[in-house]
Ligand binder design. Structure first.
Ligand SMILES: *Cc1c(COP(=O)(O)O)cnc(C)c1O
Length: 396
């Protein structure tokens, strides 16, 4: 037998973390890494956050899981918090981002069937989107590399160019159920949609009585300096998928919807064994209470501005390496002139700085939202040492 016990679907690197503290990770040999990846925008409060740990310990010792056949005071509490902090009227809890997307897609289809528009099942999605790895989620993305080996895909998705309002407008037809879009593409390369695009999609949805669903799995829960990224666009969606930072490292997600958009999600129409379990709900309440505070969100914006300004001054020193900086809050990307994957490996292997590569040749920076000036200083030191050594290596 040659297959590894761990199914070999990930190109895993040599770093093997076994412990974390705040913004740092430690491997088996005790080496320390500055974590500007945060489990891909998950560990919003860093690692081993005392309050988060205590929340999990206390709830685990009280009640971890019960069936969704019983009443859920814990679920009601978190749902109410999300309703209060967002556009939503109602929430379905999941265990992951893909499941939140799955619920969003089902809600969009079910809405049209509930109102008698049975022919409206097609969802318009955008180039280089990432919505997760279930069959519905890969079908919603135009990325061939995720489709390979898994055909036939789920029917009913139409792909158009991201941030191209005219293309979106032309794609709307009698079968359209709605749009599914990331306000800031994550895997696609930290590409923020323009104001015109997001506002235009909202107007198109209103005009055609179709739904606007947002994938805020990566950009939501404080990552951009607003609780949800749609707030930057002066619009509200009909449906929104949330996960990643919502659990701060505990697996959970949520599909948020307006009363109107949830019309088809009736008794018995959807479910999940683990979704909404009391342990996840306790974590979610703690996360929303912490991240949703105005001071916390303004901290994210300030830290984001400091990194952005620092980077903008810095990258000019290495015009052969770096092209530009983009993103919002602490969801940032450096567009590279050299291969971004190779540079991410260099930062990691030679300077113990963890970042993530993304599409469009971008190095993604997703630090814990609790970083302070000292972490930014540490980051800039490691980055500048890495740039200096890379430049020499490339030119030599
Ligand atoms: C990570 C991600 C998902 C999928 O979430 P999982 O928890 O991995 O299923 C979906 N959409 C976006 C934008 C993501 O970044």
């Amino acid at each position: 037998m040659t297959i590894s016990p761990l199914m070999p679907v990930y190109p895993r690197c040599e770093v093997r973390p076994v412990r974390g503290e705040g913004c740092y990770l430690y491997d088996e040999a005790g080496n320390q890494y500055l974590d500007f990846n945060s489990g891909i925008a998950v560990n919003a409060l860093g690692h081993a956050h005392p309050e988060l740990t205590k929340t999990i310990q206390d709830q685990a010792a009280t009640l971890m899981h019960v069936s969704n056949l019983y009443g859920s005071p814990q679920g009601e509490k978190l749902a109410q918090k999300l309703v209060d902090i967002s556009f939503a009227d109602t929430v379905f809890f999941t265990n992951s981002g893909s499941e939140a997307i799955e619920c969003a897609i089902k809600a969009m289809r079910a809405y049209h069937q509930a109102v008698g528009n049975d022919q409206c099942f097609e969802i318009i999605t955008f180039s280089n989107a990432f919505h997760g790895r279930t069959l519905a989620a890969i079908s919603a993305s135009n990325q061939e590399k995720m489709h390979h080996g898994f055909h036939p895909l789920l029917n009913g998705f139409k792909y158009v160019e991201f941030d191209d309002l005219e293309a979106a407008k032309n794609a709307v037809g009698p079968q359209t159920a709605g749009f599914l879009v990331e306000p800031i593409q994550g895997e696609g390369g930290i590409r923020p949609a323009s104001q015109e695009f997001m506002q235009g999609l909202r107007a198109l949805a209103d005009e055609h009585d179709i739904l606007l669903a947002l994938d805020e799995v990566q950009c939501g829960v404080g990552r951009t300096g607003a609780f949800y990224a749609y707030e930057h666009y002066d619009i509200v969606p009909d449906v929104l998928a949330s996960a990643k930072g919502l659990g701060g490292g505990f697996p959970m997600g949520a599909c948020l919807a307006t009363e109107k958009a949830a019309r088809g999600m009736t008794l018995g129409s959807h479910g999940s064994t683990y979704g909404g379990n009391p342990l996840a709900m306790a974590v979610g309440c703690m996360m929303v209470d912490t991240v949703g505070k105005p001071d916390f969100l303004s901290h994210v914006r300030i830290m984001g501005q400091k990194i952005t300004q620092g980077l903008e001054q810095f990258i000019g020193n290495y015009p052969t390496l770096f092209e530009s900086v983009r993103g919002q809050g602490l969801m940032l990307g450096i567009k590279m002139k050299v291969d971004s994957r190779a540079f991410v490996a260099h930062l990691r292997d030679n300077h113990n700085l963890l970042t993530v590569a993304a599409g469009d040749n971008v190095v993604r920076l997703l630090p814990p939202l609790i970083i302070d000036d000292s972490h930014i200083h540490d980051f800039m030191e490691r980055l500048s040492a890495a740039a200096a050594s890379y430049d020499v290596a490339v030119e030599g």
